[in-house]
Design a binder for this molecule. Structure first.
Ligand code: SAH
Length: 369
């Protein structure tokens, strides 16, 4: 007889965890108890959950598991950034990056194996798309990283203070699992990270932004990269479906009525493509009515990339124009680029199901753009 699949409890938010325990004939409060063991103490072995009682632990062993992705590579960079390559059950690989800073620690988490959106400047796009991550696989990245950088010794303090859904994949195309995972990250008995410190980054799936507003209010970042449709259609092809005007309007609605909230706009600077003063000025016009923070990301090259990083003077001039127009603007420091952990350099090892990578190889780059 086939063994019944055990539930990976890392994918259950508090209500589902309560339902799970109730179905086992246990009290609902067991849910919080187990979640605290996992997320506050980094314990992923039922036997170490000493206040559970032997009978309950036996039931849990029979029906549930706490399974983390397997670490195949744990790579530290010179600047303290640390990248993990993780192997999933399906044999696919994803990447996850830990970024320590003075006043916080940020984990950059993947939401899909590969990505289907084909942004022309992103190396993940070259891999094609394989599948959505489960909620357990998304949460598993945070648990694994917390354990690796040391929750247990860190009494009381969070090993990871911020999570950005900015790894591989488009989080809004894996909506339900991402929402569940973020609920676990922000729950007090879960990872307990404040909603402002969990950031979802999207290439601009407009209907999903509308939906997101209904169910959560985590911070929202949008990968803009161009101030007009003509250029954005080339760089971020999903723009052909959801043009800039609709995107900006949806973002305005997302933070409407929430004081002190801003949209973070990400803008990769590509030499001679989108980095001129005229682009900066039109960006400032485009965003003038939206409370905004602008992150300029100097392009991170990867083998075969059709772009170059903008010159330093161009980057600074671009920033100065935005600052003069009143926008908080920062040039994002490139972190971990010696280990290919910087934005757009995460590739994992993906078995493409869309044949996108074959298309990339067959079509000369100028034509593909
Ligand atoms: N799909 C989501 C999540 C990925 S976030 C999104 O698009 O927002 C990763 C960020 O890095 C995005 O802003 C992406 O546009 C940016 N990026 C991708 N490739 C890059 C590269 N080669 N150099 C700099 N930034 C890049």
């Amino acid at each position: 007889m086939a063994e019944q699949a055990r539930v990976n409890l890392l994918g259950l938010d508090r209500p589902s965890m309560e339902a799970f325990f109730t179905a086992l004939g246990e009290k609902a409060f067991r849910a919080s108890q187990v979640m605290k063991w996992i997320y506050h103490h980094g314990v992923v072995d039922f036997d170490a959950m000493t206040d559970l009682g032997k009978a309950l632990r036996a039931k849990l062993y029979a029906q549930a598991e706490l399974r983390l992705p397997e670490i195949v590579l744990d790579q530290p960079a010179e600047d303290g950034t640390r990248k993990w390559v993780l192997r999933l059950d399906s044999g696919n690989h994803i990447e996850c990056v830990f970024i320590p800073e003075k006043d916080r620690t940020t984990l950059c988490v993947s939401s899909q194996v590969g990505c289907a959106l084909a942004c022309s400047f992103c190396s993940t796009a070259r891999q094609g798309f394989n599948r959505n991550l489960t909620a357990a696989e998304i949460v598993g990245q945070v648990v694994l990283a917390s354990i690796a950088v040391g929750i247990p010794e860190n009494k009381g303090e969070r090993a990871i203070s911020n999570v950005v859904m900015m790894g591989m994949g488009e989080p809004l195309l894996n909506f339900d699992n991402v929402i569940t995972a973020m609920a676990i990250m922000t729950d007090d008995v879960g990872l307990g990270i404040s909603k402002r410190r969990v950031t979802l980054s999207t290439a601009g799936v407009v209907p999903a932004i509308e939906q997101l507003r209904e169910v959560t209010d985590v911070s929202l970042a949008v990968s803009l990269h161009a101030p007009n449709d003509e250029l954005r259609d080339q760089l971020v092809p999903i723009n052909r479906k959801y043009p800039i005007r609709e995107l900006v309007a949806a973002c305005g609605r997302y933070i409407a009525g929430k004081p002190h909230r801003r949209i973070t706009w990400e803008y990769a600077l590509l030499d001679g493509i989108n980095d001129g003063p005229e682009h900066a000025r039109s960006l400032a016009r485009l965003l003038r009515n939206i409370p905004s923070k602008i992150n300029l990301i100097p392009f991170n090259p990867f083998p075969g990339a059709p772009y170059r990083r903008s010159r330093d003077e161009a980057i600074e001039q671009f920033r100065d124009i935005l600052i003069q127009a009143g926008f908080t603007t920062i040039i994002r420091k490139t972190r971990g680029d010696d280990i290919d952990a910087a934005c757009g350099q995460l590739v994992g090892k993906v078995e493409d199901r869309t044949r996108r990578s074959a298309r990339w190889q067959a079509v000369p780059m100028e034509k593909a753009l």
